[in-house]
Write a protein that binds this ligand. Structure first.
Ligand code: CUA
Length: 312
């Protein structure tokens, strides 16, 4: 029942404990719908051909037929009650987290997902979780309505400004699952992505102790390029000179920018650092002060700076 499933033509791989039950329900509705459709349309066509007027049939007034009426009333009723019961049971099971669930905070903001672990460590764009452990996500939004959607877990929950919402899952195998934002939230809604990395218990413990440094053998500028995508910087800052929500990073290093208050600033280490940690302290003229606060570690900021320096 709880074994992971392979992707099919209709559904992505099922990677959570509730996925098999949801898939059964999905396929039941799919096949019931298909069979009923073929049967009903098939009968209609057969009757049309068999009883059409040119064959000499004369219409007769229809009289009541108790057995037929009982069948067409109670058959759909039984199907509907079954579907409701099945769906509602699954919904309740998927909504109430087990007592031993591990809480992780999730913050949605235009246009990124930030995760905060029980030890206070924060990361953007990647949610690392241990396999075979129920995880409860306590989610909030810093700005507008978002929705946390992980197709592989078969679960989606709105993330609403001004309140917490929760969802839970227990991953059934290690690997990666894709997070989407499923509620339109502005220009870069489609770029509001994240990855769930399901790892072993030991690897999760190691991650909590050490945080996530650069992968082995990766130079700071290459790591910076990875962080640029992982932290969703790319949804607002292009690399090709085009202006998106924020200034392009092409040739940004050492450039002199005019701020909204008329002062000018040369882009250097301190300006970049401040722009990440207190983004709206100084805004480049022509852009809106809409960048969210990024709680990056110094080492990560250094890597982003190293990456910027390569963008001539
Ligand atoms: Cu956040 Cu769409």
């Amino acid at each position: 029942m709880n074994s992971p499933s392979e992707p099919t033509f209709q559904l992505p791989a099922g990677m959570s404990t509730i996925a098999p039950e949801y898939d059964w329900l999905y396929y039941f509705i799919y096949w019931a719908g298909l069979i009923l459709f073929v049967a009903i349309v098939g009968l209609m066509l057969a009757f049309v051909i068999r009883y059409h007027r040119s064959r000499g049939h004369q219409p007769k007034p229809t009289e009541s037929h108790t057995a037929a009426e009982l069948i067409w009333t109670f058959t759909p009723l039984i199907i509907l009650v079954t579907l409701f019961h099945w769906g509602f049971q699954g919904y309740v099971r998927g909504s109430v987290a087990p007592d031993n669930a591990l809480d992780i905070r999730v913050r949605g903001k235009q246009w990124l997902w930030e995760f905060e672990y029980p030890n206070g460590y924060r990361e953007i764009g990647t949610l690392k979780v241990p396999v075979h452990q129920p995880i409860r996500l306590v989610m909030s939004s810093d700005d507008v309505l978002h929705s946390f959607f992980v197709p592989e877990f078969r679960w989606k929950k709105d993330v609403v400004p001004g309140m917490y919402s929760t969802m839970w899952f227990e991953a059934t195998r290690t690997g990666k699952a894709q997070v989407f934002c499923a509620e339109y939230c502005g220009v870069s809604h489609a770029g509001m992505l994240a990855t769930v990395e399901i790892v072993s218990e030991a690897e999760y413990e190691k991650f909590l102790k050490e945080g996530s440094g650069p992968p082995a053998g990766v130079t700071p500028d290459k790591w910076g390029a990875m962080l640029y995508t992982k932290n969703n910087c790319n949804t607002c800052h292009s690399l090709d000179g085009s202006a998106l929500v924020g200034p392009s990073w092409k040739g940004v290093w050492g450039r002199t920018e005019t701020m909204t208050d008329g002062s000018s600033i040369t882009v250097d280490e301190n300006y970049v650092r401040q722009s990440i940690l207190e983004p709206n302290a100084k805004t480049v003229r022509g852009f809106n002060p809409v960048m969210p606060v990024y709680t990056l570690q110094d080492q990560q900021i250094d890597a982003l700076i190293a990456f910027m320096k390569t963008l001539k």
